[in-house]
Design a protein around this ligand. Sequence first.
Ligand SMILES: Nc1ncnc2c1ncn2[C@@H]1O[C@H](COP(=O)(O)OP(=O)(O)OP(=O)(O)O)[C@@H](O)[C@H]1O
Length: 254
Amino acid sequence: MATDTGRLTLDPPRTGPAVEVSGLTRRFGDHTVLDGVDLTITGGEFAALLGRSGSGKSTLLRALAGLDHGVAGAGTLTKPDRISMVFQDSRLLPWQRLLANVTFGLRARDRRRRGSDALREVGLGGREDAWPHELSGGEQQRASLARSLAGEPELLLADEPFGALDALTRIRMHALLRRLCERHRPAVLLVTHDVDEAITLADRVLVLHDGAIRTDLTADVPRPRRVTDPEFARIRTALLTDLGITDPEGAQAE
Ligand SMILES: Nc1ncnc2c1ncn2[C@@H]1O[C@H](COP(=O)(O)OP(=O)(O)OP(=O)(O)O)[C@@H](O)[C@H]1O
């Protein structure tokens, strides 16, 4: 049964893990950031969200996670019970060893085993007793992915998780994230500024502009995806145009 929070109506998921929102609006004072967003991501689907700086990507993610009590709308927000978030920084607790970090918040009786399994999946098997400061930036992000997976999320919300990593580590993380998502099949919404990252990873690429999803493209490029693939290049040009960049070499930085 729907729960009326006085703002959005919250429904339990109807058809397995998925998130569905309609008419989502968020204002900060007289600044309307989200202006009636409609979005559905089905279970197992990987969507990437692009948009100019300040367009409201993080605001949308927070709303979908149920972390923002200021959202309003005439419509509904349907979200699964198990949601994980990953951010640009790993947000590991510095006073907890790795296993305790990865199982933080887990109530399952087999949390220790789940934590160790998740660490092994991200290539950190045997590092259960390490402290976060003993890990490299890339390892910390892998631990953050392990923590998100240990909760067996139905929806994974990722806010520029690779933004602070060097280019080579980022490529490795792309492959890891794809592998993990193919194995665990959560619905994914990945916020990124990187058009190539979006096309490389996602089944669908969305662009948030003027408070709503203005572009919703299916990325139908054979895997493994290569920037040299003509379809990759076509989607890239279309997305850059939608982002207001028609002349990439002459574009001014935002
Ligand atoms: N708590 C807040 N109070 C006031 N304004 C806010 C708040 N949170 C976000 N905003 C405003 O909402 C707009 C969207 O912010 P948001 O962080 O969602 O954008 P973004 O698309 O994720 O940006 P970026 O790509 O630069 O990270 C910005 O103009 C921001 O200043």
